[in-house]
Ligand binder design. Sequence first.
Ligand SMILES: [Zn+2]
Length: 265
Amino acid sequence: MTNEKRKTGITPQANDMRALEAAAATRMLVAERILDYSGHVSIRIPGQDAFVIQIGAHSRAEVEPGSMLVVDYDGNVLEGDGQPPSEIPIHIEILKARPDVQAILHSHMELAIAFTMMEGVKLVPMRARASRWKSGIPTDPDPSHIKTTEQGRALAKTLGPHHAVLMRAHGLTLVAESAQALFIDAVHFKENATAQMQALQAGAKPLPLTDAEIEQIEKMEMRDWHIKKLWNYYVRKGLNEGVLPEEWSEPLIPSREMLTRDRTH
Ligand SMILES: [Zn+2]
């Protein structure tokens, strides 16, 4: 990024890493068929009412950290040169409503949309990793694009304290504690929706995880380590397949220490 872009007093190095992780996550989400020609990832800048997000018109398959924008809660571009995505109220209103959230994905994942269009069917935690969504996966009733503050607030209200919200006939929004966690959650979200759809397509009645099963799963959970392990896998896969440029490998691949568990099961 150029020095000219750095006029907000935000630590450039930390912001560069946010821009890099947002770009990498976006490209990998395209490779996993979770993002396509639309949808976006945002990362909060701690201590500032601002976040990193891509230029709306840029291809999700080719986003670069150097072209990422820093945008404030009024939608003003503080750094970078371009227009943010038109559905930016999704990110602004959720970041305002949820101080615990550091990263947000909005996607038009087909499988997620399907679960907003079936009478009497609700997306529920089926696979073990879907215990993440044990509190529920609400559906926002607004089927249009989220372009106003009011719509963004309504979506944030539907999301409430949960980690995912489906959007009727439109898509979904996921929230997480980091860009890496967000990417891994998106992978597991898709796996879970696929599992439930397969059960439905087999003509069977889906058997979601029970509360007791979720409790048992969570006893064994090592979320931070699991995220690092999968991030390592997908970054390496992305590098090998040309999804990510080789020069991104050093800052993105977790170190050996980061991949060492502090306890075993
Ligand atoms: Zn959308």
